[in-house]
Design a protein around this ligand. Structure first.
Ligand SMILES: [Zn+2]
Length: 372
């Protein structure tokens, strides 16, 4: 994998770059739609690509439990299994074990947990996490880290970050021994809301010289200002010549702010999950398609939007589908939201290239209004 920085903003820390993977070139900054179970919910891979996706995310915890590695291995990896030939980033499974499974123990060895599906017992070690991600033939794998809730005491956070570093070393060694040329691995900086602990984590991980770095443990319930403050502090600690990924973030406003601070990659369930509850993103603010004021509205979700949904369907029709719980509602809403996020990133890249990021950001806020 090669990462080349193409343009540095003179006004902010924003930058554009090209991330070259064996399965395609990714223009950064980029948003990665989440395909938890080997599908971006409700969309075919062609539709995901049609929305402008250059890379998608898969969840190791979910795919490991169902359908299981032995099934995906028969297809030589997740790409062929799900019919997506572009790059895929997979998470380590740690966050889902922490948030979904019945976690029984965290030890030096790894996480011991019970499946949320059938209660079966499993151990997720750093080596196991990488083994599963290599079986998925992930283009970018993530190190297993210890997630921690917010708020947490300094001692708890410090212990979690030290364990995360030791696990990162084990992940790195297992990856080096077992990877194929196309498989890359990112380290994850932890340290909670304590800047000095973030600094310690970043310094420890930098020694391993990963192909890329992520910031984990943000957007876990802390106030937005604190999240951005920590990102502002932590992003410059990561090596500038490597891609910088902020995990699990965020709103369109978060993306604009975090790009300005130097972030290159994002993922979040927001565009897909909100689509399924009728929450649609537009340049002039979010709208709830169930709202009675759209009952006879012949306009598209957003004037000027080039997505398939806006090209062919009205708000009145989308409201009708949504109110009737028709399956097409989920698909059409998701197409628009994913397109909105990816188009926003394309606009951000264009603004950085023209070195007009500040002007772009001003315009973005002027147009975006509170939800209606
Ligand atoms: Zn649209």
């Amino acid at each position: 994998m090669k990462f080349k920085i193409k343009k540095l903003s003179t006004q902010t820390r924003a930058r554009t770059g090209k991330l070259e993977t064996a399965r395609g070139v990714i223009e950064t900054p980029i948003f990665m739609p989440v395909g938890t179970l080997g599908t971006v919910k409700s969309l075919s891979p062609e539709e995901v690509a049609g929305c402008g996706a250059q890379i998608i995310l898969g969840n190791t915890y979910h795919l490991y439990l169902r359908p299981g590695c032995e099934v995906i291995d028969r297809f030589g990896g997740l790409h062929r299994f799900m019919h997506w030939d572009g790059p895929i980033l997979t998470d380590s499974g740690g966050f889902q074990v922490f948030s979904l499974a019945r976690l029984s123990k965290i030890s030096e060895e790894g996480y011991t947990f019970q499946s949320h599906i059938d209660g079966s017992r499993h151990i997720l070690t750093p080596e196991k996490s990488i083994e599963v991600q290599l079986c998925l033939d992930s283009d970018i794998s993530m190190c297993l880290d210890q997630c921690i809730q917010y708020p947490a005491s300094r001692d708890e956070v410090a212990a979690a970050l030290e364990l995360t570093t030791r696990w990162a070393q084990r992940c790195f060694e297992f990856w080096e021994e077992n990877r194929r040329p196309q498989n890359n691995l990112f380290g994850i900086v932890q340290g909670g809301m304590y800047p000095d602990l973030r600094e310690r984590s970043a310094a420890q991980l930098a020694e391993l010289d990963f192909p890329g770095y992520a910031i984990g443990g943000l957007s876990v319930g802390e106030p937005i200002d604190l999240m951005r403050e920590l990102a502002d502090f932590t992003l410059p600690l990561l090596p500038d010549e490597k891609p910088k990924y902020i995990m699990g973030v965020g709103t369109p406003e978060d993306l604009v702010e975090l790009v300005a601070l130097g972030a290159d990659m994002f993922d979040c369930v927001m565009p897909t999950r909100n689509a399924r509850t009728g929450q649609l993103f537009t340049g002039s603010g979010n709208l709830n398609i169930a709202n009675a004021r759209f009952r006879e509205d012949t306009a598209p979700i957003e004037d000027g939007c080039t997505c398939y949904t806006c090209q062919h369907y009205s708000r009145a029709y989308l409201r009708h589908l949504y109110k009737a719980r028709e399956l097409l509602a989920y698909r059409l809403n998701t197409i628009h939201n994913v397109h909105y996020y990816l188009n926003l990133m394309a606009d951000i890249r264009a603004a950085i290239k023209a070195d007009e990021f500040i002007k772009f950001r001003k315009e973005f806020y002027r147009k975006r209004k509170p939800s209606t």
